[in-house]
Design a protein around this ligand. Structure first.
Ligand code: KG4
Ligand code: ZN
Length: 330
């Protein structure tokens, strides 16, 4: 079972040892945070607390499993909102203690990478772009075990650029979805927003783009009539920047597959450009596995178990089926 509570999705999934997803039950809080224009951590953790047990029950019911049939519990332990992570971790540890199930921590970003393996067979070496609300990272994947971080963003993440850009344009949250939809009605040739060129080959930067959007609408009194065009060009700059760096990395490391993960991988233009450029080598998980979900956490846990990368010794310092006196210290 994979449990994910790092941000605004309470998500629990049951997978089997052949990586088949038996259930992936998600309670999204987007509608709750919408009125604030972003995630409010206190409200998010309160909702995780209310929903975590019902979501676990639903995941078990959908998978037609009982809790006693769960062999391992995998839970996101970071990065994320600390008060949200604590709900998932404390719940997992409690269930682990009560039901004698070993509990293992999973890194959220490794989870996003693993989401690409749920529906696809991946060849190595491959390059993976993780583009989410908080991160924009490129990884070289050498095996199921070895994920090497190549680059990151120097300022805003790609999802953050979508969310902040949408806010500037007076659109709702999450901004990526709003911009993606509006951009379909816009023209790419309307304007060229700048793409940051940095001294490093693979690093990203999006804060200048956001500023240039602000300057653009400050200079044009009629900008509100042109929102689809503006959204389309703003999205194009983000997508081209993501794809350009990913392509450089793919060429340098002779990648056999190019993986796109994280919420931004839902973006329809990124999918179009990625598939045009890399053909069948491009891998995009289906949308339910791009945004935060329990299945990717379970998948990463399973990969680590299969690679002998985790065992009862590097379990959370808590529960294990063969320890008679579990250490309850956090
Ligand atoms: O991976 P995720 O669900 O959560 C984090 O770990 O951050 O990603 C959320 C981000 C948000 O910034 C949201 O605007 C963006 O993913 N996003 C999109 C789309 N759907 C979600 N960005 C662009 N186009 C989309 N269709
Ligand atoms: Zn995420």
């Amino acid at each position: 079972m994979g449990i994910e509570t790092s941000c605004d999705e309470t998500s629990v999934s049951v997978i089997n040892s052949d990586s088949e997803v038996l259930s992936n039950s998600t309670f999204s809080q987007i509608h709750i945070h919408k009125e604030y224009g972003g995630v409010v951590p206190e409200i998010a953790s309160k909702n995780h607390l209310e929903k975590i047990l019902p979501v676990i029950d639903l995941a078990l019911k959908d998978a037609k499993k009982e809790i006693n049939e769960i062999k391992y519990l995998f839970v996101t332990n970071g990065p994320g909102l600390i008060n949200c992570l604590m709900i998932g971790v404390a719940t997992s540890k409690s269930i682990g203690l009560l039901k004698n199930i070993p509990v293992f921590p999973v890194n959220h970003l490794e989870g996003h990478i693993a989401s690409c393996f749920i529906e696809n067979k991946i060849n190595f070496p491959s390059i993976c772009l993780v583009a989410s609300g908080g991160h924009t990272n490129l990884y070289l994947l050498k095996s199921h075990k070895e994920f090497i971080l190549l680059s990151t963003t120097r300022d805003d993440a790609a999802g953050e650029a979508f969310d902040k850009g949408a806010k500037i344009l007076g659109l709702g949250y999450p901004g990526g979805v709003e911009i993606d939809n509006l951009a379909k009605k816009g023209r790419k040739e309307f304007h060229s927003f700048p793409i940051a060129s940095l001294d490093s080959d693979f690093d990203f930067s999006f804060s200048g783009l956001k500023t240039s959007l602000k300057h653009f609408i400050d200079k044009d009194l009629n900008w509100k009539e042109k929102i689809p065009d503006i959204a389309c060009c703003y999205q194009e700059a983000i997508v081209q920047s993501l794809v350009e760096k990913t392509k450089k990395a793919a060429n340098k490391y002779n990648a056999k597959n190019i993986l796109f993960a994280g919420g931004v991988a839902c973006n329809s233009r990124l999918r179009e450009v990625g598939k045009n450029l890399f053909g069948d080598a491009a891998i995009f998980p289906s949308n339910q596995f791009c945004t935060d979900n329990g299945a990717m956490i379970a998948m990463r846990g399973l990969q680590k178990i299969k690679a002998n990368d985790i065992n009862e010794d590097n379990n959370f310092p808590v529960f294990s089926s063969n320890k008679s006196n579990p250490n309850l210290d956090l």
